[in-house]
Design a protein around this ligand. Structure first.
Ligand code: SF4
Length: 152
């Protein structure tokens, strides 16, 4: 898997400090995609297992979750990476444009964001969104965690 970029993020998984790996090669081609630079397989740097392990080790005790933006098109590699994250004490999350992923991936996920980008319906913060943020173990929809609180 090639990683286009890596950041520590605070908003994408509510309540978690997440190590966010953005994977290149997205085959979905959503109309109005906000990140078409991710379509080309091989963009960025090869994310070796050794590099990945080193990053997870360095952030232990600070970060709490490992988040993949895409990568489900490398199901075996992604499953291995997620499994390792769980074994080392991290929660895990995948943002995918698919509406579902195989059980071989879902079993290593704490949360999943599903659904393609649809500009007319907006992202997770929109009440009209087609996307869904799910707690995998319970299948609970947690979209409400992304809605902005209005002040009275
Ligand atoms: S899933 Fe995301 S990166 Fe892939 S085409 Fe859709 S909006 Fe773009």
């Amino acid at each position: 898997m090639y990683c286009y970029d890596f950041h520590v993020v605070l908003q994408e998984v509510p309540g978690e400090v997440s190590l966010c790996f953005t994977i290149s090669g997205c085959p979905l081609r959503c109309e109005g995609c906000h990140s078409p630079f991710l379509w080309k397989e091989g963009s960025g740097r090869l994310l070796t297992f050794a590099t990945y392990k080193d990053i997870l080790y360095r952030y232990r005790g600070f970060a709490t979750c490992v988040l993949f933006m895409g990568g489900e098109w490398h199901p075996n590699t992604l499953a291995d990476f997620l499994k390792y994250a769980q074994e080392t004490g991290y929660a895990t999350c995948l943002y995918t444009g698919l509406n579902a992923v195989p059980e071989s991936l879902a079993r290593y996920l704490t949360w999943i964001k599903t659904g393609p980008w649809d500009a007319s319906r907006g992202g997770l913060g929109s009440p009209d969104t087609n996307q869904r943020f799910t707690e995998v173990a319970t299948q609970k929809n947690l979209n409400h965690l992304f809605h902005k609180k209005t002040r009275l």
